[in-house]
Design a protein around this ligand. Structure first.
Ligand code: PLP
Length: 342
């Protein structure tokens, strides 16, 4: 389909304008020279603007657009203690005049006291979010059920709650933010006459990866898209991506344009696990800071950049890779100990 047709399909869904879009696409000359492989470009989605930005702002445009269309007055969301999604949701809710309840899950063993007090947690509190906790970290359906129970009690008080869902059995509205981003990247490539050989993107809840891959293929752009695993291993993530692509096709009432062989996952930087910083991710985090004066975060983008650096080395100097910088920098302030900086 044409980009215009895809844009027209997206326009059928309610959307709240929350981000500074389009974001810049930047060539990272110093980092690329230090690596000595393909040229690395960054799509600066850490600069989406709202409350320190990141990919979740694009996703929230569709969730909170739906919340406003339903006349909700209170947003509910669940995530890890240092979740960027809940921080951005709290900011979006405030900007759109809604109250916000956040449920923080125990996903990451991190004894550092700043993990629970600084970074995103500090920002959640500043945004006046009502904080709740959930004792598990790997029980998405249970976390969603607990939010459901909270929504029921808010309804009983006369509130009109809207849940931003976590588990894979609800429509993936947030992925449409990255279908939109695919249109933007297609324009970036045209405007800058850029030839990108591979795109490297985080794959966690998978909505960023799924939206981007779906959007690019829908408009017949066939660049390989590599999902860098940040939450679960490649096999488990493959299943999730496959299912969410189908869910997105159903939501948008379009044929799924993605072929099975287009789903590529790389979990080389995931160890030692979600929210834990391994040596490759730590090296990537230091490399971009010390060559470009730019920050990635310890949970997501350091791992994605580590994969992008590997791919750049593998592809060689006449190629280009696009690293989708999805933000997350507030979490840096909860990871001083893990980064070896205290
Ligand atoms: C900074 C950052 N990058 C990437 C991701 C992963 O995106 P997704 O959940 O859409 O796979 C997240 C998710 O929380 C994030 O906060």
């Amino acid at each position: 389909m044409t980009p215009q047709d895809l844009a027209a399909t997206l326009a059928r869904f309610p959307r709240a304008s929350l981000g500074f879009l389009p974001t810049p696409l930047e060539r990272l000359d110093n980092l690329s020279a230090a690596i000595g492989g393909a040229t690395i470009y960054a799509k600066r989605d850490d600069m989406t603007g709202l409350a320190m930005g990141g990919n979740k702002v694009r996703q929230l445009e569709y969730y909170l657009g739906a919340a406003k269309a339903e006349n909700a007055d209170t947003v509910l969301i669940t995530g890890a203690v240092q979740s960027n999604f809940v921080r951005a949701a709290a900011a979006g809710a405030r900007k759109l005049g809604m109250d916000i309840h956040i449920q923080l899950e125990e996903r990451v063993p991190n004894p550092d006291p700043t993990y629970r007090a600084n970074g995103n947690v500090l920002l959640d509190k500043l945004l006046g979010a009502h904080l709740h906790s959930y004792p598990e970290g790997e029980d998405e359906a249970g976390a969603d059920r607990a939010l459901g129970a909270l929504a029921d009690s808010l309804k009983a008080e006369g509130k009109r709650p809207f849940i931003v869902p976590l588990s894979g059995d609800r429509p993936p509205k947030g992925a449409m933010g990255y279908v939109q981003a695919a249109l933007e990247i297609a324009e970036d490539m045209e405007n800058q006459t850029l030839k990108i050989d591979e795109v490297i993107v985080a794959s966690g809840s998978a909505l960023t990866h799924v939206g981007l891959l779906f959007g690019l293929r829908a408009i017949n752009i066939n660049i390989p898209v590599i999902g860098a695993c940040v939450r679960r291993d490649a096999e488990a993530q493959h299943q999730r991506v496959t299912k969410r692509l189908q869910d997105l096709a159903e939501l948008m009432e379009l044929p799924n344009p993605v072929q099975p062989e287009d789903i590529v996952l790389n979990d080389s930087a995931l160890p030692p696990g979600y929210g834990q910083l391994g040596p490759d991710a730590k090296a990537a985090l230091e490399a971009i800071a010390q060559t470009e004066g730019q920050f990635v975060d310890p949970v997501y983008t350091a791992k994605v950049l580590a994969v992008a650096i590997d791919r750049a080395k593998e592809l060689g100097s006449d190629k280009s890779v696009l690293f989708i910088h999805t933000g997350g920098q507030p979490a840096l302030f909860g990871y001083a100990e893990k980064m070896g900086l205290v």
